[in-house]
Design a protein around this ligand. Sequence first.
Ligand code: COA
Length: 261
Amino acid sequence: MKYENLLLKITNRILYITINRESKLNALNKLTLAELHFAVTDSLTNPLIGGIILTGSGNKAFVAGADILEFSSFNADEGGNLSREGHNKVFNVIHNCYKPIVAAINGFALGGGLELAMACHIRVASDNARLGLPEVTLGLIPGYGGTQRLTQLIGRGKALEMILTANMISANEALNIGLVNYVETPENLITKAEEILNKILSHSSTAVASAIRAVNAGLTDGKDGFEAEINEFSSCFTTPDFQEGIAAFKEKRKPMFTGIA
Ligand code: COA
């Protein structure tokens, strides 16, 4: 597939996805969302890819939200479809991706941009990043999972404060409330994301996938997270990685995981 709004590169098992609409602060238009859907879905079956780093082009914005001009004349049905399709095709796909995804937040992460970062598994922000959900200033609410994922990440009180005031917060404030995992200088942002991802990629990918599924199950309506954990734990015992992990422990050596399911 030829991408217009994304830059893709695979190096050492990491797929780097850069949203590349710098003149529009990387705002998520329809094409960008479609390309994100394709890139993440495609990565699942690509054996060269162990995990993903998602960032924005330039040094000003990660993503400054959904593309406001595209939905400015929408009616209720069109608005609902935009939200539902975004959930189903992009934000839930990222959230449920069993290959780990680290967001490298290199500037503004607003509205759909913060929602995109929150759908990722881990977030690293540059110290100049500004994060917020400003939808109420447009007469809207977050529509790509923000009301739910922000509440899960930082609790109801702080989430309601951010959503209702529409205040942007700094990277360090985001760190203090658990919205991002680390804050780095812009120069070190990708290096830190790589360090985290490489650590994860050194482990069993089948176990990593099981852990992501078990954690996500507890946050999914109608699923019992504890039951999911029991099932995922059980299925780990069938994997070659489990045999290898135990053998390496006994032989006092580093495991050589294959990730074969
Ligand atoms: N949708 C569409 N275009 C956007 C956008 C968005 N969410 N965010 C920024 N842009 C565009 C601007 O319209 C502008 O385009 P132009 O040069 O053709 O006029 C360009 O990106 C640069 O943005 P600009 O506003 O000039 O930069 P700034 O430094 O003055 O302000 C922000 C930066 C992030 C504060 C401001 O762009 C902003 O408030 N964006 C919208 C944030 C938002 O409400 N997001 C939630 C959407 S649901």
